[in-house]
Design a protein around this ligand. Structure first.
Ligand code: NDP
Length: 452
């Protein structure tokens, strides 16, 4: 059903589900967005007349291709890869690449859709995209990962470019993978340009990019607390994941005086009532970034900690929860458990980590709840700063990049307050705030272009 005839989110969603069968993650991301934006669009006829919402939920294009590579036993292997170029209304496409066995077109469409509005919130000129493959990097040798990345880039390079589409990392794509991808891109193109971000510092990477998503998430959390006259200092924090986002969210939380109690991976979570301090975080960095080990080793090393196999950390009472692993890792029941245990703030480092039922519970409870679009935008923001430095052929200092990151997170917070609360005294609805603020900028650009 077209939006001009539709009276509700359900009407809009039934059309979207029909047009995109079998894509539950994409449906979920659009529904969460539509619950904020449909009422706003119904009040603004210019968006309805131009069918903005229908156009915005249709990716500009999706490239799907086979990646053939050879493993260490000389067997030929084949994976599927995608690049979902969702919307380039406000700048070249920008978004990470994910390597994980559960990558599907639905997952990448949800990520590309959310990326469009997250990038809009940063205030930088970046469109939205996402890509990846069902390749599983776990247990593969460096040479296997290199051959896979080179083969993937052999096709991908013709669809990307510094003014077209600029990929970065995500789950399963860290410094090692970006280096292999960029090395092959440079070889095929015979040009040294900033077409990937998250690069090594020796070849065009930006200081603070590695830390940016985790740090930015904590800066946003602190902005929310400051807005209600409080601080993260002295609070207990529960974090899931132990990858790039989780590690640096833990590091910045500790730096700002909070006590981090949990970390996890897909095998279970560790609970350390003594707190995961800087020294213990250094152990996790080595475990995960260098040795590529499992989180249970933490409990073997530090006797204050316990390991809970196959479980998620949300039963541990904390003041602040930061889901930093993957989508749908906080169920409706787990959200209610967090609330019953007195959680004051939930700040999403991962993309769409909370099921819709949980989102509704957090908003209804009136806690400080920062959705991923706002809370984890620091990563792509510093990727945008990496692009600027590459274009200028300059490198900014750590302090300069960190200061810009803080400013960007503060400005995203301010936009959420503007669009997420009607009166100064009102509790800010950060979900509405982030969705509507992200929407308006993209929608205005689309209106200006006419029917394209
Ligand atoms: P990493 O690959 O570095 O780490 C992912 C972590 O999450 C690992 O600890 C991993 O455990 C765990 N994890 C992954 N999948 C699952 C699963 N299905 N169940 C349980 N645990 C899981 O990824 P990142 O830290 O980069 O990304 C984490 C989240 O943050 C993602 O949602 C990503 O989209 C989002 N994000 C990342 C940004 C970035 O700059 N990197 C920017 C913005 C958002 P295991 O090793 O056992 O798989």
């Amino acid at each position: 059903m077209e939006l001009e005839n539709c009276q509700s989110v359900d009407d809009f969603m039934s059309g979207l589900v029909k047009r995109n069968p079998g894509e539950p993650e994409f449906h979920q991301a659009v529904r969460e967005f539509a619950e904020s934006v449909v009422p706003f669009v119904l009040e603004h006829p210019q968006y309805q007349e131009a069918q903005i919402l229908e156009r915005m939920t249709e990716p500009d294009r999706i490239v799907i291709f086979r990646v053939t590579w050879e493993d260490d036993q000389n067997r030929i292997r084949a994976n599927r890869a995608w690049r979902v170029q969702f919307n380039n209304s406000i700048g070249p496409y920008k978004g990470g690449m994910r390597f994980h066995t559960n990558v599907t077109q639905s997952v990448l469409k949800f990520l590309g859709f959310e990326q469009t509005f997250k990038n809009s919130l940063t205030g930088l000129p970046m469109g939205g995209a996402k890509g990846g493959s069902n390749f599983n990097p776990k247990g593969k040798s460096n040479n296997e990962v290199m051959r896979f990345c080179q083969s993937l880039m052999t096709e991908l390079h013709r669809h990307i470019g510094e003014d077209t589409d600029v990929p970065a990392g995500d789950i399963g794509v860290g410094a090692r993978e970006i280096s292999y991808l960029f090395g092959q891109y440079k070889r095929l193109e015979n040009r040294f340009v900033g077409t990937l971000t998250g690069k090594g510092l020796a070849f065009g990477g930006s200081l603070v990019r590695t830390e940016a998503t985790g740090y930015g998430c904590v800066y946003f959390c602190e902005d929310m607390f400051n807005h209600v006259g409080e601080s993260i200092r002295g609070k207990t924090v529960g974090i899931s994941g132990s990858g790039n986002v989780a590690i640096y969210a833990a590091e910045k939380s500790v730096e700002l005086g909070a006590k981090v109690l949990t970390l996890s991976d897909s095998s279970g979570f560790i609970h350390d009532p003594d707190g995961i301090d800087a020294e213990k975080i250094a152990f996790v960095k080595d475990l995960k970034e260098v040795r590529r080990g499992r989180i249970n080793e933490y409990a073997e090393k530090f006797k204050s900690a316990s390991f809970h196999e196959g479980k998620r950390p949300w039963s541990v009472p904390v003041d602040v929860a930061m889901p930093c692993a993957t989508q749908n890792e906080v169920s409706g029941d787990e959200a209610r458990t967090l609330l019953a245990n007195g959680v004051k703030a939930v700040c999403e480092g991962a993309n769409m980590p909370t099921e819709l039922e949980g989102v509704h519970a957090f908003v209804k409870a009136g806690i400080l709840y920062a959705p991923a679009k706002a809370a984890n935008a620091g990563g792509v923001a510093v990727s945008g700063l990496e692009q600027s430095q590459n274009a200028l052929r300059l490198s900014w200092s750590r302090e300069e990049v960190d200061e810009r990151l803080k400013t960007i997170m503060r400005e995203i917070h301010a936009q959420c307050v503007t669009y997420g609360s009607k009166a100064k005294s009102e509790i800010v609805n950060y979900v509405d705030g982030a969705n509507i603020a992200g929407f308006v900028k993209v929608a205005e650009a689309m209106l200006a272009y006419g029917a394209v």
